[in-house]
Each structure stands twice: as C-alpha cells, then as structure tokens.
Write a protein that binds this ligand. Structure first.
Ligand SMILES: [Mn+2]
Length: 293
C-alpha cells in the first residue's frame, strides 16, 4: 500500500473519526480528450511520495502536525466519468458532514464536477468559488462534441445552479488560449476576474482579495496548478506563460485560508515535470494551507 500524505494518517473510512480538521482524498482520473498531454492521473501518488521530503514543520504554530488530518488515499483507478463523480461526491459529502476541510488531489480539472456535486449535497452553504487557473474552463464543448473535459468543467458546475456566477472569482487568468465564447459568457454572467496582470500591482491585488474575504465566508477553492508560470511549475498539461510566482500563490492561499471550506489541487502532470518540482509545489501548497486555517 502506498504511504499517506506526510503528517497524516491513512484510513479507509472516516465514520468514527472525531475532531477532524482536514481529510485528503486522491482522484487518479483524467479525461480521454486526445488533444491534451496525458499524465495528470498519476499526480496523487507523486504528490504523496514527495510529501515525505518535507518535515511539515514551519515557522507557523499551525503546521500539519498540530492538526488532525486523515488521508482516505485514492479512489479506484480506471473509473469512468460517472463513477468517478459519484465516488468523489460521496467522499466530499462525508468529509463536510464531519465539519472537516476536504483536500482533493486530482487528476485533471474535469474531476471538479464531482467535487461540486458533493458540495451541493453536503452539509454546507458554499457562498463563492475561487478558480485559480490560467484558463476559464467555461467552454460549452471542447474539443467539439465533448461536454465533460477540463475545458468545460466550470460551465457544467454553473449549470448545477448552487452558486451565483457573480460570486465566482477567477485568479491568475491570462493568455492566448481562451475561447471568445467563454470570455463573453464570463462577462455576461458578471463573474469576477483578477487576472495575472493584477499581480503587477500589489495594492490592487490585495484589495481584490480583501473583497472576496469580506463577502464570501465559505469558499470552494479549485487550484489548477497551471495558474503558476511554467517557469515555476513546468509539470502541467496546458502551460501558459505569464503566470503567478510560487510565492504569490502561497500568499493567496494564506490570505483566503480561513474562508476555505473545500480545496482541490488539479492538473499536476508528473509526466511533463522537471525534477518533480510541480509535485513538490503541490505538497507545499497543502502545508501552507494547513498553516493558515
Ligand atoms: Mn483548469
């Protein structure tokens, strides 16, 4: 059996657990759209493997060792899309019922529909979504004829109707790999974009984040690791230059942490990675999150 995320305890179920702070669950799933680089389904194992390269201890007195964190390990491999969504949604509901923070390790971004369904049926009122991503993921079909891919997943989540699109915040969006259709949809629906360029003006960036924290107390954060510049995180399937630095990402996570009620990291692609740096950033993001909750 593979080892759990460093500093956590592996369990098969969380029924009898008490006073839980967070629960990790891996989703080794990636869609079959042929236009993307394969590899994201191998990320949960790699992230766990490299977590033991850290001590987990930091200057914060809230490090992973001060929290009660369990690791449910991975959903089964080779599930189809419906099975994966069902499995993930049930686990998310279970974790939320325990008043703990789900920390989901993808997989490609299409897994987020399973997360969202779990939140929707879960014991919590989510009042905002933060989509940390180079892309908008709002296409109706992409590639053509495909409604359930990493490029369409947020459109499908909005269709579930549990969150007001005006309370969806993009952070780090950028580049020249967006669809006109999704940009128009985003504007029509009044979604908030804090794009990558905003990070050039620190005051503006902090004010934009302060607004989110003030108005949305229960946020679902979906972190597509391609929000980072490929210079920092080369191990992704759809790299987009001009992204956030690792330090900027950690600052966003530290600032939002207390309002985060569901968290996922997706799109780490170990097959595209260099010296496992992207997997290690994913580990450290979890440590940073737990330092600040
Ligand atoms: Mn994405």
């Amino acid at each position: 059996m593979s080892k759990p995320f460093y500093g956590t305890f592996p369990v098969k179920e969380i029924d009898s657990a008490v006073d839980l702070d967070a629960v990790i669950i891996g989703v080794p799933y990636e869609d079959n759209a042929k236009i993307y680089q394969k590899g994201a389904s191998t990320a949960p194992k790699k992230i766990r493997e490299f977590s033991s390269f850290f001590s987990g201890q930091s200057l914060s007195d809230q490090s992973i060792h001060q929290h009660n964190v369990l690791d449910l390990m991975d959903l089964a491999e080779n599930l189809n899309y419906d099975e994966m969504q069902k499995g993930l949604s049930e686990k998310v509901q279970e974790i939320l019922r325990k008043k703990a923070l789900p920390i989901i390790l993808g997989g490609d971004h299409s897994i987020a529909l399973g997360t969202a369904k779990g939140i929707m049926k879960g014991d919590i009122e989510i009042d905002g979504i933060v989509w940390l991503d180079a892309h908008l993921d709002l296409m109706n079909e992409y590639p053509e004829g495909e409604k359930y891919t990493r490029a369409t997943v947020l459109k499908r989540i909005i269709e579930l109707g549990f969150v007001d699109p005006k309370k969806i915040h993009f952070i780090g969006s950028r580049g020249h790999n967006l669809g006109l259709e999704e940009i128009e949809f985003c504007k029509e629906q009044g979604m908030n974009i804090i794009d990558a360029k905003t990070f050039q003006n620190r005051e503006k960036m902090l004010e934009a984040l302060a607004q989110i924290i003030k108005h949305q107390k229960n946020i679902y954060v979906s972190l597509d690791i391609d929000v980072l510049d490929p210079a920092f995180a080369p191990g992704v399937s759809v790299p987009e230059p001009g992204g956030l630095t690792t330090r900027e990402l950690f600052e966003v996570i530290n600032l939002l942490a207390k309002n985060i009620k569901c968290f996922e990291i997706v799109e780490v692609n170990p097959k595209q990675d260099i010296n496992h740096i992207t997997s290690k950033i994913a580990c450290k993001t979890i440590f940073e999150l737990l330092d600040s909750i």
